[in-house]
Design a protein around this ligand. Structure first.
Ligand code: CIR
Length: 256
């Protein structure tokens, strides 16, 4: 059961952030509107929000998920793999210190982006990507082990079209994983019930199960039908402006 989330709206220079996709420049006013709807959706799921101010020093800072990992036992400050995002962690730390009694820190030469970390109950999948290095995966695995969690690294460096592990996976609870085709047959996931995403709907893999609700992006009818068939209540959100900057639903909040 989640009760809280941390969010930060996009700053006016949001379009200056990093992107690997060729979907055009995001519209700032539209991004703000989509962010507002996102926050309302989290509140509809029962979460109380801590709203940080927009931070134009870091155009990607609306993607707060990459700066920390939250568990029910501790928080972990990450060390983002993109140099332009390294300073975002200091901006989130004071809020973490208020909320968590125990905080661990990823240290050099490790890099970890929160978007590469998928929690499934007491187990974590740790993506090794362009952002999270093998040393980071190892260090994070050790930290999680001290807290009684298990972890499996998943190397996604050869998987085309995903920036982070969670661009291609989501945990829905009930031992059920949403997976893109490129990850669906990976041995790390063999003990789970798999909801496969059709290749043309890959972006929908980055969905969020929050309490009784699944929040999913608009424009993916096959996955939306699956969510209804599985009896979740669904909230569908237009994410177009964040998608242009390689972002999805999970990236825009830290939930706990
Ligand atoms: C970046 O490239 O870092 C941002 N433009 C997008 C980060 C998306 N974060 C996430 O998937 N957790």
């Amino acid at each position: 059961m989640y009760t809280r989330a941390i969010v930060r709206p996009p700053a006016a220079n949001f379009a200056d952030g990093l992107t690997s996709v060729d979907l055009g420049k995001p519209d700032f006013a539209k991004a703000l509107e989509q962010h507002t709807r996102y926050c309302t959706a989290l509140e509809q799921c029962g979460l109380t929000l801590t709203r940080l101010p927009a931070d134009a020093n870091f155009p990607d800072s609306t993607f707060v998920e990459d700066t920390a990992i939250f568990t029910d036992r501790c928080a972990i400050l990450t060390r983002p793999g993109a140099a332009s995002r390294a300073g975002e962690v200091a901006g989130i730390e004071p809020t973490l210190r208020e909320a968590f009694a125990r905080i661990h820190t990823i240290t050099a030469p490790s890099t970890v982006d929160g978007g590469d970390i998928c929690q499934a109950g007491n187990h974590f999948f740790i993506g090794i990507s362009e952002r999270t290095n093998t040393e980071g995966a190892r260090q994070l695995g050790e930290i999680l082990a001290t807290e009684g969690f298990t972890a499996t690294p998943v190397d996604i460096r050869d998987v085309r079209g995903i920036l982070h592990l969670k661009s291609g996976i989501a945990y829905l609870g009930d031992n059920r994983l949403v997976l893109i085709d490129a990850l669906a047959d990976h041995s790390a996931f063999s003990d789970y019930e798999v909801v496969r995403i059709a290749p043309e709907e890959n972006y929908a893999a980055n969905c969020l199960r929050i309490n009784a609700t699944v929040i999913l992006p608009a424009g993916y009818p096959q996955f939306e039908a699956t969510v209804h068939a599985l009896d979740y209540s669904a909230i569908v959100l237009d994410m177009s402006e964040f998608q242009k900057m390689d972002g999805g639903l999970s990236c825009l909040s830290l939930r706990f």
